[in-house]
Design a protein around this ligand. Structure first.
Ligand code: SF4
Length: 554
């Protein structure tokens, strides 16, 4: 029965995925309708086709699913679990390489370095100077490109690549795996995108009303259609004209037969850096510097917000144009809190150093003087915990060991199963924790579900006497609209309750978050150049087409 329920939950999730928007509904029994499941998360847009067994009215954003033998009384967000499930997810990483005979091979290595930015799918498009060649697949880079025969057709000295984010339990679609390739009047064009367009729906409807036909439900395809329908020439002008219509976050790489374009939105939400490879002199673009490091490319500079960089493979000339209207820079601060690898330099700041400083500031403003040791929630809490320990004078210990061999494990969604999922990923070291008063440092709290299990694990399996939770970022109170997959605001625990409420919910002795002032203080006089809207709801680009809070029964 449990297996049937879990399978039904996964099936329900599949119904609620339209190929682009992954919906993570938390089902519950509606008090007034115990025979029905209440879908508590608003749908991203009206999709009459979304649940074909349960058609949703075109105007509805919420629905009630009849509770039938085929529907499961579970929370599907718990159907697939790991210790990382309760974290925001970055929605992709991009790579571009031009001027190297092993461009596609190097691209696959660079994508491997960016794997943390997306695990659902990966793809590479190469150019041999006259044609584009493409290979995409679902899964990790090592899975998609494990067979040398997959890479072999990707010949040529230029390539672009993409890793796509993963969504818990939601259906995946190969049609959404990038890079996308499209033909337009003057040839073929491939694109890979990191970010999210807030005006995607308006743009898509306008294009559809003029006859455009879409193959995927990705906002990236809109960019290709805008370029294809532009009457400007040359291609650079088409790209700029298309980008001027876009609102939101985009770090893009485009590939044609002989040119590579790298583009960043005028706010510079998502990172994009440029490097030069030794010894070939190949030019490399990547979401993070860790990708440059892996393929022996030296960091040259960031692609600036609003900039278009064009590299021509015929003479390796580099043209830089700042053609988009200048706007205030708003780099995503969450790259420093959680997303980026600590060995990357993002927006000009080493990530490990920012995290260390967040932890040290947290120790100064919210010390735990009675504690015996400081431990990180691995891996993302490591540098913040180190900063906290050194600033507070407490010993740093590795009290939790993370297993790197647990993938996305399907686990029965009952309470025991959820606890087992965290145990599989994180193992407490009893010899370090037993009888101790422990400061546990994590990077952030999203829903709070994993934090409570970690506290429980440290106390019960680890034998700790007290747990003092310290979070190296402010409370997350708003969803992200710029390329980060966050739960709806009603699912964010800090949006629903104050710090004391969260403390009680996760069951620790004390709880403190880094203040917004201290987070900004780490970046000093550059702080105004960072987006911190998920902590403030101060959105640099107003979200569009947001869900209408409406309950419709059918
Ligand atoms: Fe980053 Fe948060 Fe801004 Fe999204 S809202 S871009 S996650 S800082």
């Amino acid at each position: 029965m449990a297996a049937t329920a879990a399978a039904s939950a996964a099936a329900a999730l599949a119904y609620l995925h339209d190929g682009h928007h992954s919906v993570f509904p938390a089902f519950s029994v509606h008090p007034a309708e115990p025979s029905r499941l209440f879908l508590s998360k608003a749908l991203p847009k009206p999709y009459p086709f979304l649940c074909h067994n349960y058609p949703i009215a075109a105007s509805s954003r919420r629905c009630m699913l009849p509770l039938t033998p085929h529907a499961a009384l579970v929370d599907p967000s718990h159907a697939f679990l790991s210790a990382d499930e309760d974290k925001p997810r970055d929605e992709c990483g991009v790579v571009g390489i031009i001027g190297d005979p092993d461009a596609a091979q190097l691209c696959s290595l660079a994508l491997h370095a960016l794997q943390h930015r997306g695990q659902e799918g990966a793809g590479i498009v190469s150019s041999d100077g006259s044609s584009l060649h493409s290979a995409t697949g679902l899964g990790l880079v090592s899975e998609v490109f494990s067979d040398p025969a997959t890479l072999a057709p990707l010949v040529g000295e230029a390539s672009i690549g993409h890793v796509r984010y993963s969504t818990a339990g939601a259906a995946s679609s190969l049609a959404n795996v990038q890079p996308f390739v499209a033909g337009y009047r003057f040839g073929k064009l491939a694109v890979a995108h990191n970010g999210n367009l807030v005006n995607y729906r308006n743009l898509r409807s306008a294009l559809e009303s003029k006859g455009s036909i879409f193959n995927s439900s990705s906002d990236t395809e809109v960019i290709l259609h805008l370029i294809a329908t532009s009457s400007s020439r040359p291609l650079l002008a088409r790209i700029v004209e298309a980008c001027e219509a876009l609102e939101g976050a985009y770090s893009l790489v485009f590939l044609t037969a002989n040119k590579l374009f790298a583009v960043r939105d005028p706010h510079g939400f998502r990172p994009l850096v440029m490097g030069r490879r030794r010894p070939t002199g190949a030019i490399v673009f990547a979401s993070e510097t860790c990708a440059l490091d892996l393929i022996n490319a030296a960091f040259v500079r960031e692609v600036n917000p609003g900039e278009v960089v064009v590299v021509d493979s015929r003479d390796m000339s580099i043209t830089s144009l700042c053609l988009m209207p200048s706007k205030s820079r708003k780099a995503c601060v969450f790259e420093h809190v959680y997303f980026a690898l600590p060995n990357s330099v993002v927006f000009g700041h080493p990530v490990h150093s920012s995290r260390y400083s967040f932890g040290a500031a947290l120790a100064r403003e919210s010390p735990a003087p009675s504690a015996d040791i400081v431990i990180p929630v691995p891996d993302s809490g490591f540098f913040a915990a180190l900063g906290f320990a050194e600033a507070s004078g407490l010993p740093f210990r590795q009290g939790l060991i993370r297993s790197h061999y647990v993938g996305r494990t399907f686990i029965e969604p009952d309470k025991e199963g959820r606890n087992l999922a965290v145990k599989l990923k994180l193992a407490p070291v009893r010899g370090i924790l037993e009888g101790k008063s422990v400061v546990v440092v994590d990077d952030s709290i999203v829903r709070g579900t994993t934090s409570s299990k970690i506290v429980q694990l440290i106390k019960t399996a680890g034998g700790a006497r007290e747990v003092h939770m310290r979070i190296a970022s402010p409370p997350i109170v708003g969803s992200c609209y710029y390329g980060v997959d966050t739960p709806s605001s009603e699912e964010l625990i800090s949006n629903r309750m104050d710090v004391e409420g969260v403390r009680q919910e996760i069951g620790c002795e004390t709880l403190a978050f880094l203040s917004l002032e201290s987070l900004r203080g780490v970046f000093a006089d550059e702080a105004h150049m960072f987006c911190d809207a998920c902590f403030t709801r101060d959105y640099p680009v107003p979200p569009r087409n947001q869900e209408v809070e409406q309950l419709v029964e059918f």
